[in-house]
Design a protein around this ligand. Structure first.
Ligand SMILES: [Fe+2]
Ligand SMILES: [Fe+2]
Length: 219
């Protein structure tokens, strides 16, 4: 999907930039667990796409005077909803039913670190969006080599889409606070790296490696 031309980044350059912003790579133990439990992960993945659209819409309501933000995130939200539909389509084809899951710690803990007063909150929300998109792009790319073949085309496409989303959020953050965004990004990236790499009680798309030792389900 084409997004606003002035903010567009090529998928290849956006991918490299998205990786650069992450302060720690996803541990191999997460990739192994996620690939083994891909059915369970698909359900969380579908929720993440819905949540990404919802977050973009919430920002549009919070900052309606920022036209670059509202137009960019309007297009981004539509793209996230299409991703949701594509994940649901793969779930249907693979016989994966919907099961309610408790949210993981990742977004909750990141959100708890955001400042509450404006204009700092706007910057923090945009940087949180950038970091989540960057981690998503990294994990889609890592998973491609380990997933069953029917999932590979979707995950390969999503790796470049989410890297592009990272670039949009980063550019909006830079425009919102040209002097502060880089230092604040480093602070939030340190927390993000802890959450994505530290042992976690639950396996989720953005979790750390699971500490439960749960064996992979058959199939
Ligand atoms: Fe997405
Ligand atoms: Fe995204």
């Amino acid at each position: 999907m084409k997004l606003a031309a002035p903010l567009r980044a090529s998928p290849a350059s956006a991918g490299a930039q998205a990786d650069d912003v992450l302060l720690a790579p996803t541990p191999a133990a997460w990739v192994t667990a996620a690939a083994a439990r891909w059915r369970e992960l698909l359900i969380d993945h579908a929720n993440c796409e819905k949540k990404a659209a919802s977050t973009a819409l919430a920002l549009m309501f919070a900052y309606p005077e920022d036209r670059a933000l509202t137009l960019t995130l309007s297009r981004l939200a539509r793209e996230e909803l299409r991703h949701f539909e594509q994940v649901v389509s793969v779930m249907s084809a693979q016989g994966v039913g919907f099961v309610r899951q408790r949210p993981g710690r990742y977004a909750q803990k990141l959100r708890a670190a955001l400042r509450t007063a404006e204009p700092q909150r706007k910057l923090d929300l945009l940087l949180m969006g950038a970091l989540i998109e960057a981690r998503s792009a990294e994990r889609f790319r890592l998973l491609v080599a380990h997933l069953p073949r029917p999932l590979v085309p979707l995950y390969a496409r999503l790796a470049s889409s989410e890297a592009r989303h990272f670039a949009h959020y980063r550019d909006l953050a830079r425009a919102a606070a040209p002097r502060e965004w880089r230092a604040r990004l480093a602070t939030l990236a340190a927390l993000e790296a802890q959450l994505a790499t530290g042992p976690d009680r639950t396996l989720r798309f953005h979790s750390g490696p699971p500490q439960d030792g749960q064996p992979p389900p058959a199939g």
